[in-house]
Design a binder for this molecule. Structure first.
Ligand SMILES: C[S@@+](CC[C@H](N)C(=O)[O-])C[C@H]1O[C@@H](n2cnc3c(N)ncnc32)[C@H](O)[C@@H]1O
Length: 222
């Protein structure tokens, strides 16, 4: 129930190259995050599962005065984020989980990118979403990027993903990776994701982005 998917060793050091290779349009999605949250009045942003700091890097280069808290349980990912973001005084990086954050700190927006699909739908996903909701003020947006779809959608979109992948990748690596996504990760259907968000205290989410198995969702704290 509390299993944490830690990104360690090579998975941490090679992370940025990994996402660029395997997630089509990752850059495009990340680059547009500040646009998505531009109208948010409270610029206190919570970045859950911030990893190496990829989403935070997009916010520190905008003209808006964001105050950013990035949290991640992986020491290796957080230490890369600390290194990448050391020049920015408005960024606070924490090695830990959302539950470690004080409930009285209310954030004006949050992101949860490429985290939820690692967690089982046995209460673990719901707990994380509830913990985030508890730390957001009323109306605060939450942006998600997650592998989403029912079994058939995932199967068919994995074949689309295969077509998008760089031509120089090893065939066995591709097959192993696609097999792992289909059989070992914990993607849920669009309907189930919506149910989980509503149960956690959010509005029904809007799917605003999709590239093969990866869907971008936007919702608000109710
Ligand atoms: C695929 S990476 C995504 C990193 C970053 N969000 C991005 O899009 O580049 C998933 C991250 O989720 C973190 N993670 C795992 N369990 C978590 C949890 N319970 N709460 C927050 N982050 C978690 C991992 O340590 C890892 O850094």
């Amino acid at each position: 129930m509390n299993k944490i998917e830690l990104f360690e060793n090579q998975r941490a050091s090679g992370y940025n190259q990994f996402v660029e290779t395997w997630i089509p349009n990752y850059h495009y999605f990340m680059n547009n995050l500040p646009n998505l949250l531009k109208q948010t009045e409270n610029k206190n942003l919570l970045v859950v599962g911030c990893g190496t700091g990829n989403e935070i890097e997009r916010f520190v280069h905008t003209t808006e005065q964001w105050k950013i808290t990035g949290i991640d349980p992986s020491p290796e990912m957080i230490s890369q984020a600390v290194q990448n973001l050391k020049d920015f005084k408005n960024v606070n990086l924490i090695e830990g989980i959302v539950n470690d954050l004080d409930r009285s700190d209310k954030f004006g927006a949050a992101t949860l990118l490429l985290v939820l699909h690692f967690m089982e739908d046995d209460g673990t996903k719901l707990n994380l979403l509830k913990n985030i909701a508890e730390r957001l003020e009323f109306g605060a947006p939450l942006i998600l990027l997650d592998i989403t779809g029912n079994k058939t959608q995932i199967k068919e979109n994995l074949e689309v993903l295969r077509l998008f992948l760089p031509k120089n990748l090893d065939k066995d690596d591709i097959n192993n990776r696609l097999h792992r996504i289909e059989n070992e990760l914990n993607a849920v259907s669009e309907e189930r994701l919506s149910q989980l968000l509503i149960e956690a205290g959010f509005e029904a989410p809007l799917r605003f982005f999709q590239t093969s198995i990866y869907m971008g969702w936007m919702t608000r704290k109710k």
